[in-house]
Design a protein around this ligand. Structure first.
Ligand code: NI
Length: 180
């Protein structure tokens, strides 16, 4: 049952994220992941052409490898290899030299897996394109918007509903930036 999978993933993510607040991030993780899960649910309600059970677990767990002490093995043990592989693709490889190569590398790994992984990436960026924090300088906001455009273009065709929604969010985000 999807409800049980949702609850199990949420409990796991809740424990992991809440016990390890990242010092450089003021984000409320549970708010973030429940928003990503909500985007996935609405997209599936719009068109039932992907595996919701898989996508919802990925949505809830997508930041666990990147932002907590969760290991790949732990994800595999609790949620299966597919979920573990999907979360891994959604995780930056911090050994790469810069943010742009990390994003390109992650997008390539996302592309190689099922569309549910791409769907979560789209949902994640839609969720993150809200009003940026006050301390973000214009350059950072422009770069974030440009990166969102790259995500949209790379994952084109994976889910039309979320693609259109992301395009709207990118357009809206323009109001927070000064074009140079
Ligand atoms: Ni995220």
């Amino acid at each position: 049952m999807i409800q049980e999978k949702y609850q199990k993933a949420m409990k796991f993510a809740g424990v992991k994220h809440c016990s390890q607040p990242m010092p450089d991030k003021d984000a409320n993780y549970l708010l973030h992941i429940s928003n990503v899960a909500m985007e996935v649910l609405v997209a599936h309600h719009e068109l039932e052409d992907f595996d919701l059970e898989y996508a919802i677990q990925l949505a809830i767990l997508h930041d666990t490898l990147e932002d907590t002490n969760t290991t790949f093995e732990e994800l595999e043990e609790n949620f299966g290899i597919e979920v573990a592989e999907g979360v891994k693709a959604l995780t930056k490889d911090e050994s790469l030299p810069d943010k742009s190569s990390m994003m390109l590398d992650s997008l390539a790994r996302i592309q190689a897996l099922d569309k549910e992984v791409a769907i979560v990436k789209l949902a994640d960026r839609i969720t993150n394109l809200q009003e940026p924090p006050m301390h973000w300088v214009n350059e950072k906001k422009l770069a974030y918007r440009k990166e969102a455009q790259l995500i949209l273009e790379t994952l084109n065709g994976k889910n039309d509903y979320l693609s259109i929604r992301l395009q709207h969010k990118i357009d809206e985000y323009r109001s927070y930036c000064f074009e140079q």
